[in-house]
Ligand binder design. Sequence first.
Ligand SMILES: Nc1ncnc2c1ncn2[C@@H]1O[C@H](COP(=O)(O)OP(=O)(O)OP(=O)(O)O)[C@@H](O)[C@H]1O
Ligand SMILES: [Mg+2]
Length: 258
Amino acid sequence: MFVLQAQGLTKIYGSRGQVATRAVDNLSLEVERGEFLGIMGPSGSGKTTLLNLLATIDQPTAGTVIIEGRNTATLRNDELALFRRRRLGFIFQDYNLLDSLTIRENIALPLVLDRRPPAAIRARVEEVARQLGLTGILDKYPYEVSGGQQQRTAAARAIVHEPAIVLADEPTGNLDSRSARDLMEVLTLLNQNGATIVMVTHDPFAASFCRRILFIRDGRIYSELRRGESRPAFFQRILDALALIGGETDESVAVGGA
Ligand SMILES: Nc1ncnc2c1ncn2[C@@H]1O[C@H](COP(=O)(O)OP(=O)(O)OP(=O)(O)O)[C@@H](O)[C@H]1O
Ligand SMILES: [Mg+2]
C-alpha cells in the first residue's frame, strides 16, 4: 500500500509575459508505508517545489497528489488544512518552533490543536521526548536550547500525532556536523518505529541515512539509488551519483553545464 502517490506532477512558475519556469516537470513517484526516501539534486532542480506540492502547501499546474488513497485535489481548503494538520508532519531547515512556547508545548501543538485530552497529550509528549532525548529540556524555551535540540524538538512535533508521512526540507541545513548526525540518527529511529519520511537534502551524509534516494534534475527524476549495503558504502555511492548528475554538494558552487 502506498502512503503517497504523485502522478504527472507539473509546476510552472511565472507564465505571464516572462519566461516560464517548469520547476517540476511531469514527475511521478510513489512512497510506501515505512519508507525513508531522500530527494537530492542541484540547486534550482525543483526539490522544494516538489516537496511543497507533496505537502499540499502548493498547488500543481497539472497532476495529482494522492495521500493514503485520497486525491488531495478533491478537498476543499478547510478540509485540506485539517488533513495537513492531522496526517502530515513537517521539519524545516530553520526549525520553525514557536518562541513563546516551551519545548513541551511546541511538541504538544499538533495534539492540542486536535483537542486531545490533556492527560493523553502529556503522556504522549513525554514518550516522544524520551525517544528523542529531550526529557531534560521540556520546560525550557527554544532560545534556551541548542540548534540541534531545537531541530530534535521539531522532529518530535512532526511525529507526535503519528502522521501518515513526515516531510523534511533540508533539516540538517543549519546544524553543525555533530548535531546533523544526531538528527539523522533520531530520524532513523523514528523511521524504524514506523514513521514514513520524505527528506529533501543537499547533504550526501544526511542522505546516506535514507533507504532510497531520488535524484532530481530540471524538475524530473534523473536516477534512483537504493541502499542495500552499509551506510558508509551508500554514502560513497551517493557521492558518485552526484558527480554524474553534476550536482554540487555545496550550495555556493555553481551547477556545472550538461
Ligand atoms: N515562487 C516562485 N516563483 C517563481 N519561480 C520559482 C519560485 N519558486 C521556485 N522557483 C523556480 O523554480 C525552480 C525550482 O526551485 P526550487 O526552489 O524548487 O529548487 P530547489 O531544488 O529546492 O533548490 P535549492 O537546492 O537551492 O533549495 C528554480 O528555477 C526556481 O528559481
Ligand atoms: Mg530548496
